[in-house]
Design a protein. Structure first.
Ligand SMILES: *Cc1c(COP(=O)(O)O)cnc(C)c1O
Length: 393
């Protein structure tokens, strides 16, 4: 039935499981285990657990199942597995599928921990990884081989906001039967059509827009029922990266309002990108939803909207960027994104500090670059705060 519902209805109702008390708000089943009526019933459940039968919270839990079913309905995926963090989702999606001798092609511009998993962990277990410039289709074409088993990329790169052409890369991968795994955080689940556009597996850090209120770490892996239950679930339940029932409840409540929040955040991001165009103190303003963005047409067809993050390159390098950050009154200095509160980050000295200078340069992480995650505050207040902080530079 929920197939027919539109997004906001799914976000409020999909996946709900009511107990015998018929509670309105989703219940938190804060239990690690479940009691069986008899020894025979326990044996039968271990042999095969039904849809609404649970064994142990590392394997599954009613509150966690509600979250998985609701996010799967939003994404248009057959099934989902909820994880303890976004990185448990990224590493679980990859490790559960790959084995020694496999070949992976990945975009080079990655969240630092994703880069660690691909560059340091997978290779340690005999997986060969080739990195490419994700925006260059010719580079994908020459790196993907007949024996490539998987491609991985963030659909919008952090923090330079370059967009990867999902349909085109998926066509190249599928031509050799390679699976397409995307980290879709910056596109957000609200604007994602990743599965219809060719992703086989979609991964989110739920810590970002899904919680959206800075409270809990979480993640989710979405894909076919076969992949989630036969490949991901055995790996996750035996290696321990499952989501806790309390976190699942926080994330379920986050999903109820995610469409409202993310659309308000996008309005703020659009207003900020408009107000800062050709500002005298800025080298560049990067926003995928602005007609100036080099890949604006791709953004329109792939997501429709430009997301909730705007990056600014301030003239005068790190000193100027620090003066800007220290002058902000509403926008917080921190490093999460997708939050209801606007947050500014200086990637070169924080999230991407570990990278060598030439790597930063190759990825466009300049000393003046600020990543601005736009929250749900009044957009005029945000524009005024950013303009006054630029005055102080
Ligand atoms: C934050 C983030 C992650 C990791 O998520 P955690 O919940 O912090 O583990 C992975 N990929 C991207 C693109 C992210 O922004």
């Amino acid at each position: 039935m929920d197939k027919k519902w539109n997004t906001r209805t799914k976000l409020v109702h999909s996946g709900t499981r009511r107990s015998k008390y018929n509670e309105v708000s989703e219940a938190i089943f804060l239990t690690q285990g479940f009691v069986y009526d008899s020894a025979e019933a326990a044996e039968a459940r271990f042999l095969e657990a039904g849809e609404d039968e649970f064994i142990y919270a590392r394997y599954g839990n009613p509150t966690v199942a509600m979250f998985e079913n609701r996010i799967a309905a939003l994404e248009g995926a057959e099934d989902a597995f909820a994880t303890a963090s976004g990185m448990a989702a990224v590493s679980g999606a990859l490790m559960s599928m790959l084995k020694a001798g496999d070949h992976v092609v990945s975009a080079r511009a990655l969240f630092g921990s994703c880069l660690y998993v691909l560059e340091e962990v997978l290779t340690r277990y005999g997986v060969e990884v080739t990195f490419v410039d994700g925006t260059n289709l010719e580079a994908w074409k020459s790196a993907i081989r007949p024996d490539t088993s998987l491609v991985f990329f963030e659909t919008i790169a952090n923090p330079t906001l370059e967009v990867i052409d999902l349909c085109a890369v998926a066509d190249l991968a599928h031509a050799v039967d390679a699976k397409v795994v995307v980290d879709n955080v910056f596109a957000t689940p609200v604007f994602s059509r990743a599965i219809e556009q060719g992703a086989d597996v979609v991964v989110y850090s739920a810590t970002k827009h899904i919680d959206g209120q800075g409270r809990a770490l979480g993640g989710v892996i979405l894909g076919t029922k076969e992949y989630i239950r036969k490949t991901v679930e055995p790996y996750m339940k035996h290696t321990g990266g499952s989501m806790s029932p309390f976190t699942a409840w926080v994330m379920l409540k986050g999903l109820e309002t995610i469409d409202l929040r993310v659309r308000a955040q996008v309005e703020g991001a659009e207003a900020i990108a408009d107000a800062l165009q050709s500002h005298a103190k800025l080298e560049r303003v990067i926003y995928p939803g602005h007609p100036n963005h080099a890949q604006y047409d791709l953004v329109k067809s792939q997501m429709g909207k430009g997301g909730t993050v705007v990056s600014l390159d301030i003239q005068g390098g790190q000193a100027a960027a620090f003066r800007f950050l220290n002058a902000l009154e509403i926008v917080l200095i921190s490093n999460n994104l997708g939050d209801a509160k606007s947050i500014a980050t200086h990637p070169a000295t924080t999230t991407h500090q570990r990278l060598a200078d030439d790597q930063k340069e190759a990825l466009g992480i300049t000393p003046g670059l600020i990543r601005l995650s736009v929250g749900i505050e009044d957009k005029d207040d945000l524009v005024a705060d950013i303009l006054q902080a630029l005055e102080a530079v």
